[in-house]
Write a protein that binds this ligand. Sequence first.
Ligand SMILES: Nc1nc2c(ncn2[C@@H]2O[C@H](COP(=O)(O)OP(=O)(O)OP(=O)(O)O)[C@@H](O)[C@H]2O)c(=O)[nH]1
Ligand SMILES: [Mg+2]
Length: 385
Amino acid sequence: MSIGIGGAGSKLASLLDHGNATIVNVSEIELSKVEASNKILAVTHSSRGQFKGSGRNPEVGKTAFVSISDELYSLVKGNTVFSSTGGGTGNGISSIILKKIAEADSVHLLDRTMFGLLLPYVNRESSEFVENTIQFLLDPVSSAIDSGNTGNMVLFSNKLKFEARIAEADYNHMMIRSLQNFLDIPYKGESLQLLDGHIDHEDFNVYKSKPYFNHFTQFFYDTNRPFGDQLRENFNQLLLPPERSIEAMFLLEVPHIEQAPMLYNILDYFAEDDVTPAYGVVHNPNIEQPTVTVSLLYSRKPRELVDDFKQMADKLTRKKIKKSIEQFVKLEATPFDIQSEVKQMTTPPPVQEGEAPIPPPEVEKVAATEGNDVFSVLKRLRKLK
Ligand SMILES: Nc1nc2c(ncn2[C@@H]2O[C@H](COP(=O)(O)OP(=O)(O)OP(=O)(O)O)[C@@H](O)[C@H]2O)c(=O)[nH]1
Ligand SMILES: [Mg+2]
């Protein structure tokens, strides 16, 4: 079962479980908009929160957790939690769940929680989402991983959504379809003719319960080209890119039984990295080309992830500062020829017939009476208003 926390988390959980998920929010309005069999309203102390959410403030989410603590903590055991890392509700409530997991003595393999975390795209999303994400990765995610008590963490990213201009609902479907490809591995092993290796549900659950980041992807495999090149070309654009894998799993589906030995090329690739993957090869007559679904478990210090985020955020902040300096201290280049200006000031206006000529003003006298700072001189010359 999946549990969705906050706006984004709820939508993803609902898609994965076809409306049978548990969703949690501090906002009644957001809860009412998502289809789910179990809806939990977390109580905030601010009347605003009860209708509008946490307003990107994780402290509101954290306070609200108290009202649902026991119910939620027992629900997440052995299940999958979805949450954004930037929103106040998702971030606040999930960070307490992660802290509780980190503080537990030890969590049994099958009671571990898998997390699907949705990270914002720094170049397009609000700085509050980015700041919340940095805090979330630094503390709750880091301590949960270090404790060894959490299951896989999947780091979804909104980068492709913004860069390829994909509608939110479509993007959500893409993320869930991609996750479903990974989750289908043991079911395909069960329903299709097994040609080599084996990944059953038990193996799969043990794999999901390891405290590492999980990067999964699926692509057509061309046996005439190196597997590593194809893997790199087909990293999942919906997820953050992976690091060197510690453990791996793959399912190779072949349309023709005699293609099964393709598997050895894949094993060779992983052997170079000293990784012995769990694998299965199945006959799938419904596909036209050999297809491989790969999962890489990698360990990346959340601190390094945060450094990436910070670098991008800093670059953006520098750009913003530069822009605001250019906006507010805009100096117009005004051509100014002091000699002709002085000449203009000292030349008397043309004398009309019958009028006495006006004597030229004494420049020094004017300066003495009206102040002699640059601004008042410029003002008099009408260069400043
Ligand atoms: N891909 C995708 N991103 C979403 C969606 N909804 C929100 N987000 C992203 O999630 C982050 C905001 O988190 P939400 O889940 O909306 O916030 P919340 O947890 O409900 O918290 P508050 O609304 O602040 O109480 C931002 O990075 C959004 O871009 C969605 O349906 N799809
Ligand atoms: Mg919300």
